[in-house]
Design a protein around this ligand. Structure first.
Ligand code: F3S
Length: 281
C-alpha cells in the first residue's frame, strides 16, 4: 500500500491557537479552569485536558452556576451575551475565538445595527452560527439548503447582508448566493468561508480523485469532517470515515494500491500519523 497524506489535514490555525491557549491556561491560569463547550471535537484531546484539570461547561446554565475561575471561549466563538454573563459573574475570561470568526461578529454587529437583515449561510445548530447570531441586533436568518434559499422572502424590501459559516462548503455557498441574487435584494455578500477550509476541501477533492481509497479522520460531531467526507465520497466510492486508528479496518484496504488520508480541523497530528503508520505497516 502507498499512502498520500493531505498537507492541509488536521488542526487549522484557529484550532491550534485555541488548543495551545487551553494548555497554557492549564499551566498558569486562574483555577478552576473551564472551556465553554469542548475546546475541539476530539475526545482524546478533551480527556487529556480534563486530566490537567480543565473542565467542560456543557450549557449556559452550567456557566451561570459558577462563582469563580476562568472560562475559555473556544475558536467557534460565542454570542455577546455570554461575554456579558462571564463579566457579570466576575469570572476571568480568556477568549480563544478564532480571529476569522471574530471578523464575522464585527461584520454582523455593524451591518445589523445599520439596519440590514443578516443572512447566515450555514448550519443553524452549529455553535459558530449560534455565536454569530448572538452579535446581530435583530434576529438573523440562517439558510443551509437550496430549498431554503428558494423559499427565502422578506416581508419588506430591506437590504440584506449575507455572511457564511467559516466551514461551509464553498461551492454550495456560491450556489445559494446565486439563488439569492435572482431575488434582487439590495445586498452585500461577504464570503467569510475560511481559507483553511477551502484549501482542505480542495486538496481532499484532488487527492480523493487520484487514489483507490480515501480515509477521512475526525470527531463524530465535527461538521467540517462530515463535509470532507461528502466531498471525498463524491470523488472516490471507497471513502472511509474514522475517528482514531482503532476504527481503521485494514482488511477492507488490503487490496488497495494508493490510499489518501485527510482529516478535519480538530484532528491532532498524532492521530493522523498513527493512521498513516498503520496503513504502511
Ligand atoms: Fe479559524 Fe478557519 Fe480554523 S475560521 S478556527 S482558522 S477553520
Amino acid at each position: 500500500m502507498r499512502v498520500k497524506v493531505a498537507k492541509s489535514a488536521g488542526f487549522c490555525f484557529g484550532v491550534h491557537r485555541a488548543v495551545d491557549t487551553v494548555y497554557e491556561q492549564a499551566e498558569k491560569g486562574v483555577r478552576p479552569i473551564y472551556t465553554y463547550g469542548p475546546i475541539i471535537h476530539n475526545e482524546v484531546v478533551v480527556q487529556d485536558l480534563e486530566e490537567k484539570g480543565v473542565k467542560v461547561l456543557n450549557s449556559r446554565e452550567e456557566l451561570e452556576a459558577l462563582t469563580e475561575g476562568t472560562v475559555i471561549i473556544r475558536s467557534h466563538g460565542v454570542g455577546k451575551e455570554i461575554y456579558d454573563l462571564i463579566e457579570r459573574k466576575g469570572l476571568h475570561c480568556v477568549d480563544a475565538t478564532c480571529p476569522f470568526v471574530k471578523k464575522i461578529h464585527k461584520i454582523v454587529e455593524r451591518e445589523s445595527r445599520a439596519g440590514k437583515q443578516i443572512v447566515i449561510i450555514g448550519n443553524d445548530r452549529h455553535p459558530e452560527v449560534e455565536g454569530i447570531k448572538g452579535w446581530c441586533s435583530t434576529a438573523a436568518i440562517v439558510l443551509e439548503s437550496a430549498e431554503q434559499a428558494e423559499n427565502f422572502a422578506l416581508p419588506e424590501a430591506v437590504p440584506i447582508c449575507v455572511v457564511s459559516q467559516t466551514t461551509f462548503n464553498y461551492k454550495k455557498f456560491q450556489d445559494l448566493v446565486e439563488i439569492l441574487d435572482k431575488k434582487r435584494y439590495d445586498r452585500v455578500v461577504v464570503n467569510t468561508i475560511c481559507n483553511a477550509t477551502e484549501e482542505r476541501q480542495a486538496e481532499a477533492r484532488q487527492i480523493a480523485g487520484e487514489v483507490d481509497a480515501m480515509i477521512v479522520i475526525g470527531g463524530s460531531h465535527s461538521s467540517n469532517t462530515q463535509k470532507l467526507f461528502e466531498i471525498c465520497r463524491n470523488e472516490c466510492k471507497n471513502t472511509y470515515y474514522i475517528q482514531t486508528v482503532q476504527d481503521l479496518d485494514l482488511e477492507v484496504l488490503r487490496s488497495t494500491g494508493l490510499i489518501g488520508i485527510t482529516a478535519g480541523a480538530s484532528t491532532p497530528k498524532k492521530i493522523i500519523e498513527e493512521v498513516q503508520t498503520r496503513c504502511l505497516n
